[in-house]
Design a protein around this ligand. Sequence first.
Ligand SMILES: [Zn+2]
Length: 412
Amino acid sequence: MVARRAQATQAARLNLNTQVTTMPEIFRAARVAPMTPGWPLLEDAAVVVHDQLILDVGPFDHIRRTHAGPVRDLGGLTLAPATFNSHTHLEMTHLLGKTTQGQGFVTWVESLLANNAYGVDQPLVRSELTRLESRGCAFVADISTRNAPLLAEILASSGHFFTSFQEAIGSVVPEPPAALLHQARDGAESGRGICAVAGHALYSTSGELLRAAKAVSTAANNGRGLPFSLHLAEHAEEDAILLTGQSLFLDLLRSRGVISDYTAPGQRPVPLAHELGLLDEQTLCVHCVTVTDGDIALIAQGRASVCLCPRSNDYIGVGQAPLAKFLEAGVNVCLGTDGLCSNVDLDPYGELAWLAAQNPGVLSLGQGLALVTANPARFFGLENTLGSLAPGRAARFSVVPQPVLDAFLKGI
Ligand SMILES: [Zn+2]
């Protein structure tokens, strides 16, 4: 706990996000992780910052010779790009500690629905976002079922870059379907965020609605498309519903009016998502726990990205995604925390430390950092702004916390 507080303080001390400097400043650290192709972890390195942008990165000796400006020596820290949380549900922030752990998905959902799941606690969300920023996170992908415009407004007033997904669930396709894409409220335009469409899951949302949501997403942004997010292959119950139509969870959804007249498509989640045309390079497949080798190949062929939420999967008790297989298949893997309804914090570094500890030797430190920096920056179309320390990028940093470094050292 003490160590955690110390790390948060270190990150806060490095908060350059709002500073406008009159001359370049040089930040020196024992290690710098640029996260640019071909650049390893640099020892005794420096980053030059001016007007909230990165001017240069390199070995300290070289930087000192080629740039003027005061040096801020950060000592033995490891400096990395600011992190991305690629999947969370801010509208459920108030459910921290109020849901059932480790007893499977149906029990967890029942505990979720026993609370006021969608009653946004605005001050709490704002304080969580502030805390997250102090830990070096600069991007949040938020999924909201009922409060997307409000959450977009809160995100816009924070210091984060963001994608605010409005989630489609059920079977009703609105007319026009473009209504699935929400608009930020007046005053929510920050230049740091976009509004987008997500589908909840194949078992809770009809194929017709998911296709419509994906079509709206693909046509948006003047035809360039938007990121699309889908919970996919999260738990065994999902397979059972789709294959047989028999499940306690389906009974629960029926009783709450989410689903009526359900006909099982008779296919497992990933092949069904493929058949519905949902797997392409603008889709983020969230969870991907119950996947076969064939499923992984389908995701890779579609060039879809995957967002793992390992602590959430552990909290609910649904198993773990095959990280090594996704990496071997060349899939762009990102990390998310999911909401505080199934996790203990929203810090991507917490997720990475846990993942590295559970998968010793699978990831190098650089590969691990990519899951929370360069990979999501690529998926969310922010690779020219965030995700790496390179000239022209925003001066948004994180300090790699000691538990993350320890987890990787133990894995070597
Ligand atoms: Zn989720």
